[in-house]
Design a protein around this ligand. Sequence first.
Ligand SMILES: Nc1ncnc2c1ncn2[C@@H]1O[C@H](COP(=O)(O)OP(=O)(O)O)[C@@H](O)[C@H]1O
Ligand SMILES: N[C@@H](CCC(=O)OP(=O)(O)O)C(=O)O
Length: 364
Amino acid sequence: MQFRYKKITVKIGSNVLAKADGTLNVARIAHLVDQIAFLQKSGVEVVLVSSGAVAAGRAVLEPVKRTDAVSQRQLWAALGQVKLISRYSDFFSEHGLVCAQVLTTKENFSDRGHYLNMKNCITTLLENKVIPIVNENDTISVTELMFTDNDELSGLIASMVNSEALVILSNVNGVYNTHPQNENAELIHQIDREEVDLKGSAVERQSTFGRGGMLTKLRIAQKVAGDGIGVHVANGTTENVLIDLLDKDKEFEHTYFVPNKKSSSGVKKWIGYSDDFAKGQVVINQGAIKALNSEKAVSLLPVGVVKTISDFKKGDLIKIVDETGAVVGVGKAQYGSDKMKQEMDSEKQKPLVHYDYLYMENKK
Ligand SMILES: Nc1ncnc2c1ncn2[C@@H]1O[C@H](COP(=O)(O)OP(=O)(O)O)[C@@H](O)[C@H]1O
Ligand SMILES: N[C@@H](CCC(=O)OP(=O)(O)O)C(=O)O
C-alpha cells in the first residue's frame, strides 16, 4: 500500500473522542491508534493533536460543590489528560510503539524562543520514533489565553513541524455548503484558496462537545493551505478513515483544501500565526497591499502606511490592516513608530518591515 505523504499532523476532535454522554470513547481511540501505528510502521511520521481531556475527566468525578464553568473545565481537563494519555500509551504499546505528551498554551507561540524549544522537542521525539501527542494545557489556558480550539493548535503544529498535510478528524464527512443537518446540505469536496466563504449562521452553530465549530476549521484550513500544507477534513468516526484517506489508490469522501504551491520560511510562518500577539498596528493603502501581495519580494515602506493605530518599538510584531480594518499581514518592525515620521520625510525610506520578516495573508 502506498500512502500520499511521509509526514503528517492528525487532529482528533472532541466530537470524535466523546460518546453521547460526554465521556471518552475508548474503542474509538483504540481503532485510531491501530491506524496510526500502521501508518508509522509504513514509514509515515505522525504528530497527533488530540482533544479528549475534558471528556476523559468528566467520567472520573463530579465536582463536590457548584463550580463555575472555568474551574469545572480545569478540574476535568487535569484529571482527564492523565487518563487520555494513559489510554494512548497502552494502545500504542500493544503495537510496540511509544508515545509522549506535549502540553502547550497559546502564550508559548508568542515567544520565538519558546516556539523553537517546542519545535525542537517534537522533532527530537520524531527522530526517536516516538509519537508526540499534543494538547492544549487546559489547566492554565483560560479565557483570552486560550486557543479558539484544537483546530487552531493543530494548524500551528503542522506549520511548525513542516508537515506535508494536516488531517482534521471531526464527526462530519467534511465541510458542507450549509449546516449538515439542513436538508439540502452538500459536501464540498475540494476548496481552493479563498474560494469558499461559509460565514453564514449555519456554519457558526456549534456542536455538543466541540469548542470552535466548523468556522475555525475553515479559517485554519485556509490559512494552513495558504502556507503550502494540504488540509483534509474528514469523519473520524468512520472505520479505517486514516488508512483509506491516505491510501494513494483510493478515493475517500471528505473535504480537501488545495495547498498553495509556495511555502514560507520558518520565521515567516511563525510571524504569520502571531497576529494575536502583535503589539503595534498600522493601516496601509491599497497600492501597498497590491505590491506586497504580488509575486515579487517587496518590503513595506512607510510611504504605504496611512496611519498608526497602536504604537510599537523596534523588533515588535505589528499587525497590518487595510482601510476597513481587516488584517492583511503581520510583520516585525525594523524601527519604532516614533521614528516612522522621520523615515517618511526621508528621500530614501528604510523599510518599516523587511520582506524576510513580513507575512501577507494573500501573498501569491
Ligand atoms: N457547514 C458545515 N459543514 C460541516 N460541519 C458543520 C457546518 N456547520 C456547522 N457544522 C458543525 O461543526 C461540527 C464540527 O465542529 P466541532 O464541533 O468543532 O468538532 P470537533 O470537536 O471535531 O473539533 C459538526 O458536528 C457540525 O455539526
Ligand atoms: N483541550 C480540550 C479540547 C478543546 C477543543 O478545542 O476541542 P475541539 O473542539 O476538538 O477542537 C480537551 O482536551 O478536552
